[in-house]
Design a protein around this ligand. Structure first.
Ligand SMILES: [Zn+2]
Length: 68
């Protein structure tokens, strides 16, 4: 059984959404919904997503905080 972690806060995903196999917890999702473009969290989120996606595709075993 696969266990997803939130790709933003890295907590185990119990409630939330999964997009392309990447989990986002309710907390982070609601922050995303409410955030405004250009604020710190948005920048962090973009950076985080980009990094995680790249790691996931290229060197999944190297991304220790994302467990499959
Ligand atoms: Zn989260």
């Amino acid at each position: 059984m696969k266990k997803h972690n939130c790709i933003i806060c890295n907590r185990p995903l119990e409630n939330g959404i999964i997009v392309n196999g990447k989990g986002i917890c309710n907390n982070c999702e609601s922050r995303l919904v409410n955030l405004q473009v250009g604020n710190d969290f948005y920048e962090y989120y973009k950076h985080c997503i980009k990094k995680k996606f790249i790691h996931f595709k290229v060197v999944p075993d190297n991304c220790q905080d994302y467990q499959l």
